[in-house]
Design a binder for this molecule. Structure first.
Ligand code: NAD
Length: 295
């Protein structure tokens, strides 16, 4: 069914995601504080607005794709003052669980249907419409929201109630950060032991060391031609975004009393990597830091 969608936050992820909603036949009205982002989205068929309220007018559904939890709460607060009861609200930003739950409550109190639906798959997945959505919210919101996500999604995974999508995202990315450091350490040690990258990859990728960080996103050039290691560690997924997610995991662990010693160590390591000027490097570039070759 064709819907009128307000898309708020048209950056690296939101721009192509909004474009896929246009391709699916929806009327998409976009708002971003950045004029450049608004202009770029208009080339994808999005109708740009230079104010939030204009974009929200008559919306059946609102999708937000913003940098952090404080902004999501601020924007959802403004949306709560504007949209009609029954409107579907979806936040696909990566934010802390408590902000996600607070945002849900602001809008469910107004009679709206709400989902937290963070994504994995990066800008490539956003362009291709193959993102994995991890979704939290009430059953009625899931029933209405899941088909709407389809044009942007490879997979939609229901994770539970309000905040469950963000919880799953944080757990996944903490594991990813830890496993990438582990993969990088294995290759760095293998180099010192005289192993060829391809030989070590052939073992790791088919043995008990196999994982996404080795098999799909290998941190050394050669074995996996599509991995950023083959392109001077151009992102991909930046170290700055990995650090953001690791810090969200730490906040969540502190607030809920979970023990995450390796997650905390991974945050320390990516924090050092970023402080040396590598925030814009792909997160798999951590191997250069571990070899002592960072800036
Ligand atoms: P981005 O910085 O490219 O885009 C964010 C956009 O939000 C910007 O264009 C900014 O101008 C806009 N914005 C900020 N405040 C606003 C406001 N009050 N109203 C309207 N627009 C506002 O970031 P991105 O890479 O698109 O990431 C967006 C979210 O997706 C983040 O939470 C990020 O952690 C998450 N994410 C990113 C990736 C990735 O690979 N880039 C992957 C998965 C998840």
């Amino acid at each position: 069914m064709t819907m009128r969608i307000a898309f708020i936050g048209l950056g690296n992820m939101g721009g192509p995601m909004a474009g896929n909603m246009v391709k699916a036949g929806h009327e998409v009205r976009g708002f971003d504080l950045s004029e450049g982002a608004r202009d770029a989205s208009s080339t994808r068929g999005v109708t740009p607005f230079d104010d939030l309220i204009g974009a929200l007018t008559g919306a059946d559904a609102v999708i937000t794709m913003l940098p952090n939890g404080a902004l999501v709460k601020k924007v959802w607060g403004q949306i709560a003052d504007t949209v009609a009861p029954g409107t579907l609200l979806i936040d696909s930003s990566t934010i802390d669980v408590d902000s996600a739950i607070a945002a849900h409550q602001m809008l469910t109190n107004k009679g709206c249907l709400t989902l937290d639906a963070p994504v994995s798959g990066g800008t490539g997945g956003a362009e291709a419409g193959t993102l994995t959505f991890m979704v939290g919210g009430a059953d009625a919101a899931l029933a209405k929201g899941t088909p709407l996500l389809e044009p942007m999604a490879g997979r939609v995974v229901p994770c539970g109630g309000q905040g469950a999508g963000q919880a799953a995202k944080i757990c996944n990315n903490m594991l990813l950060g830890i496993s990438m450091i582990g993969a990088a350490e294995a290759f760095a040690l293998g180099e010192k032991l005289g192993l060829e990258h391809q030989a070590l990859f052939d073992v790791l990728s088919t043995s008990s060391g196999q994982c996404w960080s080795v098999n799909t996103y290998c941190p050394v050039p050669g074995p996996v031609p599509t991995s950023p290691a083959n392109n001077s560690y151009k992102p991909g997924f930046t170290a700055a975004l990995m650090l953001k997610d690791l810090r969200l995991a730490q906040e969540a662990a502190l607030s809920r009393g979970a023990q995450i010693p390796l997650g905390a160590e991974a945050a320390q390591i990516y924090g050092l990597f970023e402080s040396l000027g590598n925030g814009g490097t792909d997160f798999s570039g951590i191997i250069n830091f571990l070899r002592g070759q960072s800036k």
